[in-house]
Unconditional design. Structure first.
Length: 236
């Protein structure tokens, strides 16, 4: 379970679930900074990433752990404090946590999902992905594709079908994104979780057979998709 921002608190400003393993210490400043610890730092540089959306202050309770620490700026911007940028630089890393994990529950005191939707900052997406991996260490799909690649997994009888959709939306009119041209996938590595050695792996609808390796509970192969959509079939 992943909970972020004000959705983690009830009307009294307290955690909605005891299982979250946090204690709340009031509201956080408008701009804070995120310092990812080692478990969720893959792909992130070792410094504080600004968080543009407000959250709250929290600490882990006994048995829970901090995944991301919270930093604070030199001052908060208001009518008589201005820094000439969209936020004031960081002053210090605080005692508070921005992300806490307690068993199968991860709580972010800042609205990570909302913030990515508003600002599309890659570091938010990477941090979210790293947190999800803490909850799902063995996902159904692992791939080396671009960020806009969409995958959908369907089970039919004993077979697994993975839809691969790769298009790149573009802003071609005011307030209108057009999805028209495919984004090519060339020899993209992909692994599909499977509980046994498959009989065959191929791309549909053309049924082009693929070389594959079965290792550590995953079917490992590479795919090339030039028209934006193919189906990877693992035939058991």
């Amino acid at each position: 379970m992943f909970v972020s921002g004000q959705a983690a608190l009830d009307k009294q400003g307290q955690p909605i679930l005891e299982e979250m393993g946090i204690e709340v210490s009031g509201e956080a400043p408008a701009h804070t900074f995120l310092h990812a610890r080692e478990k969720v730092a893959n792909g992130l540089a070792d410094y504080g990433y600004v968080m543009y959306e407000a959250g709250f202050k929290m600490k882990p309770t006994e048995g829970a752990e901090t995944l991301v620490q919270m930093g604070e700026a030199y001052f908060q911007r208001d009518y008589n404090h201005f820094s000439g940028h969209s936020y004031t630089p960081e002053d210090l890393v605080t005692e508070y946590a921005a992300v806490v994990k307690n068993n199968k529950v991860i709580t972010a005191s800042v609205p990570l999902i909302e913030a990515y939707g508003k600002h599309a900052a890659p570091n938010y997406r990477i941090l979210l992905g790293n947190c999800i991996k803490q909850l799902i260490p063995e996902p159904l799909i692992k791939d080396g594709g671009p960020s806009q690649l969409e995958t959908t997994v369907v089970r039919k009888d004993e077979n697994i079908i993975v839809h691969l959709i790769s298009f790149c939306p573009e802003r071609r009119a005011d307030n209108l994104d057009i999805v028209e041209d495919p984004f090519l996938l060339v020899e993209m590595p992909i692994s599909v979780k499977n509980d046994k050695q498959p009989k065959r792996v191929f791309l549909a609808p053309n049924e082009n057979d693929l070389e594959f390796e079965y290792k550590d509970g995953y079917v490992h192969t590479r795919v090339t998709v030039l028209d934006g959509h193919k189906m990877l079939v693992v035939e058991n």
